[in-house]
Write a new protein. Structure first.
Length: 512
């Protein structure tokens, strides 16, 4: 008689935690000696290896214009990881990663660079006896994006028989609508859209992804997520630092291009989108595109009524005297570049018609915070206006993206005592304390998604076009207006003009 073999009971907590397989991949970073690679990309790749998420067979190639020996590049990689990794570096993990790294020096329009790169890629394939997927990450100045893409096409590296080839393009994707379309044409003349991953690192943050989870998996939120119940939405991306050594880039970009056109409008699209049929890449991005197309772009004449810009002046930050923007090294004395931008936008669709969205971002503000505050309409009841009561304040749902990722919900509650006195109280959820783990860096998630070929958190070409359509008239209006840019003291809340965007409708900004 056969005896039954005991089987271990299934653990329901394991479901969903298993690693998704990733095809063996060679990641090529153009601009591998630059600041982004140094501070973000190389530490992110190390942490993926530390967590066991890299494919079992993984190679890394750095391409840069700086002439240096392979050993020097390896030494710089080690330094980057040891200095900027979010986890304590383990020598054995670093050694394993660096043993599969190579360096290719040369200017980006030199055909010999791509011939050498092709030889390195072929050597990896021959050594392993397989064809590795190839991911080309463009971490360079924007003017090199079309140069590199064209060269990849001419050198026949844009495709590989028996494997997938993808290209990751960093922001900024274009300087305005016309340049974005020109860059799109250049990229899509070499690669198919499915191969292109336009990266916006904000979309890799846990709280940004959690917007959809909170909306679509909780019955209490979705029924009130519309114009009937929501009074307005404020999206803030404040920084307490200045431009540092980035004057060359920042003075040509400004706050509107640097943060609003990409990060902040993407946050707005996530707040406003309809539930997708599934959470696949195209289904999610289809819904976001609908929102972006529904944002009413202003005319150039309307810009003064819906947009405000400012520059930080000298002031105090963290108890120290700091210079104004015009005194920063490398900034022209007559610069009109904005370090602060505030906008009032509306989404002209059935769900959101009439609900204002206020966006603000700036350097040298009171504190560093990125948050989305959804304020519901006030309760139409006067019975709670008792002496000593704050009254019924509108409920607010606040999603904090950084620095302390989490969600808070303000509710009206009775103050203990004989009288009916009301004050707002907060219910709060924090990622760190709830899940007892440190959220991975956004670049870790995005690099892994690019290697998997999952484009859900990347920007599609029609999204890019729609985002620039909204911003272009504001850029035009500000370029035509040669008057003085409003000043605000460093360490403050921004220019007073920004308060008027809300004050004319009886609203105020959330305090920083």
């Amino acid at each position: 008689m056969a005896t039954a073999t005991a089987t271990a009971p299934e653990n329901p907590l394991v479901e969903g935690l298993e690693r998704l397989p990733v095809h063996p991949t060679t990641l090529v970073i153009f601009g591998a000696t630059g600041d982004l690679a140094h501070r973000k990309l190389l530490p992110a790749i190390y942490n993926l290896g530390h967590e066991g998420q890299l494919p079992e067979r993984f190679n890394l190639v750095g391409v840069s214009r700086r002439e240096k020996e392979h050993e020097d590049f390896i030494g710089e990689m080690r330094e980057s990881i040891e200095r900027f990794s979010r986890t304590s570096p383990k020598p054995e993990v670093i050694d394993a990663l660096l043993s599969r790294a190579r360096y290719v020096p040369g200017v980006f329009d030199d055909p010999q660079v791509y011939q050498q790169l092709e030889q390195v890629l072929a050597a990896y394939d021959d050594e392993a006896g397989i064809t590795f997927n190839r991911v080309f990450y463009l971490s360079t100045a924007p003017e090199f994006f079309p140069v590199i893409v064209k060269a990849l096409g001419e050198s026949k590296l844009a495709s590989c028989e028996g494997a997938e080839t993808r290209v990751v393009v960093e922001k900024p994707f274009g300087y305005d609508l016309a340049s974005a379309r020109k860059l799109n044409d250049a990229v899509l003349s070499v690669f198919d859209e499915r191969q292109v991953f336009r990266i916006d690192h904000y979309l890799g943050k846990e709280t940004v992804q959690n917007i959809m989870a909170f909306r679509f998996s909780n019955t209490m939120f979705e029924p009130v997520w519309n114009r009937n119940y929501i009074d307005h939405v404020q999206i803030t991306a404040a920084e307490d630092i200045g431009i540092g050594s980035r004057a060359g880039y920042y003075d040509n970009a400004g706050a509107l291009r640097d943060l609003v056109q990409n990060h902040m409008l993407q946050l707005m699209a996530n707040v406003c989108m309809e539930p997708p049929i599934s959470f696949s890449a195209d289904q999610v991005r289809d819904e976001k595109v609908k929102v972006i197309q529904a944002i009413r772009a202003p005319t150039v004449e309307e810009v003064p009524q819906m947009a405000v810009r400012g520059q930080y002046a000298a002031g105090r930050e963290a108890g120290e005297e700091v210079p104004g923007y015009l005194q920063e090294e490398g900034v022209p004395a007559d610069s009109k570049t904005e370090t602060y931008a505030a906008l009032r936008l509306e989404v002209s669709n059935w769900r959101w018609a009439g609900v204002p969205f206020y966006l603000r971002t700036g350097k040298r503000l009171a504190r560093k915070v990125t948050e989305i505050a959804v304020e519901l309409k006030p309760v139409p009841h006067l019975a709670f206006q008792a002496q000593g009561s704050l009254g019924v304040q509108p409920n607010q749902l606040v999603l904090t993206v950084q620095p302390d990722e989490g969600v808070s919900l303000s509710l009206g509650a009775k103050i203990p005592g004989a009288r009916m006195r009301i004050r707002p109280v907060n219910m709060e959820f924090h990622y760190g304390t709830t899940f007892l783990s440190q959220s991975p860096e956004a670049y870790e998630r995005l690099i892994m998604d690019a290697m998997r070929g999952d484009a859900t958190l990347f920007t599609r070409n029609d999204e890019v076009d729609g985002l620039w359509r909204v911003i272009d008239p504001i850029l035009t209006a500000w370029e035509q207006d040669r008057g003085d840019v409003a000043q605000y003291p460093a360490g403050g809340a921004g220019p007073a003009l920004a308060d008027e965007l809300l004050a004319r409708e009886g609203r105020t900004w959330r305090p920083l």
